[in-house]
Write a protein that binds this ligand. Structure first.
Ligand SMILES: [Zn+2]
Length: 306
C-alpha cells in the first residue's frame, strides 16, 4: 500500500488550529446509524438488564444518548466486571462484541458477579467510522481529569461511584489497516509531526497495564481467543506496533498515564483487546466472537482469582 506523505489538511510541521479541525470535521460523513445498529439492540436487551443512560453528547445537529447495561440481580457483595466497547467508534467488533456478550453470556455470571456493559462509548465516531470525536480528540487518550473529550468524561463520571469495586475491566478494541492509511497520518498532521510508517500486526493481541501487568490473566484471555482467531506474531524485532512483546500476543502500556480507558477503575485485572478485522483469515463474525471469548475468559479468570 502506498501511504500519502502528507495528510491533505494543514501545513506539514505545523499543528492544526481551529480552522484545520473544522475542515477535518467537514469531511466526516455519517456512514452508519447508531440508532439502527446499537440502540435497536439495546431496546431488545432492555428486558433482561437494568439500562442506565449515563450521559449524552450534543454534537448539533446530532444528539446521542449514552447507555450502559447492568446486571438486573445486582448484589453489592459481588465483584463488578466491566466490559467497554466503541471507545474508538470505528472499531466495529468492539461495539458488536460487547452487545453480543450482553446478549449471550452476561447472564452466565448471575450470582457470581455484577456485570456492567458499555457497548458504544463514542457513537459519533461509530457513525462516521472514525477514531476521533468531533473535536479531533482521541477519546482513548483523554480518560483524564477535566477531560476535554465528553465521551471520556461521561464514562468516568458513570464509573466513579463504583470504580473501587471493579475487579476486572476489559476494553474492546481493534487494530485496522485504516490506522496506518488514515488515522496515524491524521494524528501526525494534527500534531504537526512527521508521519512514520509502521506495520499493522496480523492477528489478535492484548495491551496489558505496564504498572499492573497480571501476566497469567492476560495469558488466560489469549488462550481463549486463540480458539476463535489467530494471535498476532511479534514482528522480527520482537515488537507489536513498536512495543515489546512480553508474552505471546501481549504488549504493555501505562494505561493510567496515557489516559486510556482500561485505566479508569481500580480493577486488579485490566486489559485492552485488539482484534484485527482486516485479516484475510478473519470474518466479522469471528471478530465479534473473539471479543466475546476475551470478555468471558477475563471474567472467569477474575472469578477464579478473586
Ligand atoms: Zn481502539
Amino acid at each position: 500500500m502506498t501511504i500519502e506523505a502528507f495528510y491533505p489538511i494543514g501545513t506539514p510541521g505545523k499543528p492544526w488550529g481551529e480552522v484545520e479541525k473544522v475542515e477535518w470535521r467537514s469531511r466526516q460523513r455519517k456512514r452508519r446509524s447508531y440508532a439502527d445498529d446499537v440502540l435497536s439492540t439495546l431496546e431488545r436487551l432492555r428486558a433482561r438488564f437494568d439500562e442506565v443512560q449515563y450521559g449524552e453528547l450534543d454534537y448539533a445537529p446530532d444528539h446521542y444518548r449514552l447507555f450502559a447495561l447492568k446486571s438486573r440481580d445486582w448484589n453489592d457483595a459481588l465483584p463488578i466486571m466491566l466490559v467497554t466497547g466503541g471507545v474508538h467508534g470505528y472499531e466495529t467488533s468492539g461495539v458488536h462484541g460487547a452487545l453480543q456478550f450482553a446478549d449471550r453470556h452476561a447472564a452466565d455470571y448471575a450470582g457470581g458477579a455484577n456485570v456492567v456493559i458499555v457497548p458504544c462509548v463514542s457513537p459519533w465516531g461509530y457513525e462516521r467510522i472514525h477514531r476521533w470525536n468531533p473535536y479531533a480528540l482521541d477519546p482513548n487518550r483523554n480518560f483524564i481529569a477535566a477531560s476535554a473529550a465528553p465521551e471520556s468524561a461521561a464514562l468516568m463520571r458513570f464509573v466513579a461511584p463504583f470504580r473501587e469495586r471493579v475487579l476486572m475491566h476489559i476494553d474492546l478494541h481493534e487494530t485496522t489497516d485504516t490506522d496506518e492509511s488514515e488515522f496515524r497520518p491524521a494524528l501526525a498532521a494534527r500534531d504537526g509531526k512527521p508521519f512514520e510508517p509502521g506495520a499493522i500486526p496480523d492477528g489478535f493481541y492484548l495491551c496489558a497495564d505496564s504498572e499492573n501487568p497480571q501476566p497469567e490473566f492476560q495469558q488466560a484471555v489469549i488462550a481463549a481467543v486463540a480458539k476463535v482467531t489467530h494471535v498476532a506474531p511479534a514482528d522480527p524485532d520482537g515488537t507489536i506496533i513498536g512495543s515489546p512483546v512480553v508474552a505471546p500476543g501481549v504488549i504493555e502500556y501505562p494505561l493510567v498515564k496515557w489516559g486510556l480507558c482500561a485505566g479508569i477503575t481500580s480493577a486488579r485485572y485490566r486489559t485492552t483487546t485488539e482484534v484485527y478485522p482486516d485479516s484475510p483469515r478473519a470474518t466479522p463474525e469471528q471478530c465479534n466472537a473473539a471479543q466475546v471469548a476475551a470478555a468471558c475468559a477475563a471474567i472467569e479468570y477474575a472469578l477464579a482469582h478473586k
